[in-house]
Design a protein around this ligand. Structure first.
Ligand code: ADP
Ligand code: MG
Length: 292
């Protein structure tokens, strides 16, 4: 494209809330056929709310929540914020945690009031040599609603579960419809549980998902698609998404997301709404058509 047509597109994009970092991004977007979208914070609001505390027999609901929330005060993960805010809203007073440790993609552990507490997903339980089979039915019922379930471990045994819900952004369903209509193959990638991911995807008409992925997996998934000859765009918001945004032919960051995600991307959607991608694609088309 000519410098003039790029400038025009950049100006139009800015007016429409689509920031274009460079000409390459604009040129490449026209060829993109596959779109990888992060779930949390990209398709969803990324502001999960605590919706249920499910103690195991012999454990107290408030106490399970108190221990979980006390521990999560040490974490900056959106799930942690949901649990802490949920506990505070229920009037639970929190204790100080010590020996805090975060396990990427799995959860957190530490000590609260002298007790060993851990909180996270099935991978975390496996790490601790525990098994969630007895809780599977109850956990799955929540996941089928699109909720994310976390296990609370107390002194080496599962004491209960906490469940959070992260609503889909208002603009997401229409944006996905438009993206499908444009012929994109859309794949959801998430660190969340497969069952939860499938429930959210089903509501949005997405039939391909990659769940339980670690941050480095997202970049690898993209590389594999590229090796199959796919031209891949990645949309994401998190620190976790930065390697994938850099690996993609075109990275699209949510303007509401982490700085490192924005730095790794060729496009930034100022309002963090996925319908900005549809606009970005149109700009790319128009620019490339202008110069042919
Ligand atoms: P994503 O942001 O795509 O959901 P993450 O890698 O941040 O992926 O998290 C993956 C999973 O690890 C979460 O769904 C959750 O089960 C668990 N996890 C990560 N951090 C925490 C935390 N602070 N508290 C509880 N669980 C966590
Ligand atoms: Mg995210």
């Amino acid at each position: 494209a000519t410098p003039m047509s790029i400038m025009t597109a950049t100006g139009r994009g800015a007016q429409a809330g689509v920031l274009i970092k460079n000409a390459e991004a604009l040129e490449r977007f026209e060829k993109v056929d596959t779109l990888i979208v992060d779930k949390t914070g990209t398709l969803t609001e990324g502001k999960p709310r605590l919706v249920a505390v499910l103690p195991e027999p012999g454990h107290d609901e408030t106490e399970v929540l108190r221990l979980a929330a006390s521990l999560e005060r040490g974490s900056e993960h959106p799930l942690a914020e949901a649990i802490v805010t949920g506990a505070e809203a229920r009037g639970v007073s929190l204790a100080d945690a010590s020996d805090f440790d975060a396990l990427t993609g799995k959860g957190v552990m530490g000590r609260v009031d002298g007790q060993a507490v851990a909180l996270g997903n099935r991978a975390l339980l496996e790490e601790l040599g525990l098994d969630a089979a007895a809780l599977a039915d109850r956990a799955n019922a929540r996941r089928d609603e699109g909720e994310t379930v976390m296990f609370v471990v107390l002194d080496g045994a599962v004491a209960g579960m906490v469940s959070v819900a992260d609503p889909v952004k208002e603009t997401t369903p229409a944006a996905l419809k438009a993206l499908h209509a444009l012929g994109f193959r859309v794949i959801m990638a998430t660190g969340d549980n497969e069952r939860t991911a499938r429930a959210v995807a089903a509501r949005l008409g997405i039939d391909e998902i990659r769940a339980d992925v670690l941050p480095e997996d997202k970049a690898r998934i993209i590389r594999e698609l590229q090796e199959q000859g796919r031209q891949v765009a990645m949309a994401g918001d998190g620190v976790n998404d930065a390697p994938a945004l850099a690996q993609a032919d075109v990275g699209v960051a949510m303007g509401t997301g982490a700085d490192v995600a924005i730095e790794s991307a060729g496009f930034t959607l100022v309002k963090g709404d996925l319908d900005g991608i549809v606009r970005a694609r149109r700009l790319s088309r128009a620019t490339m058509r202008n110069i042919r």
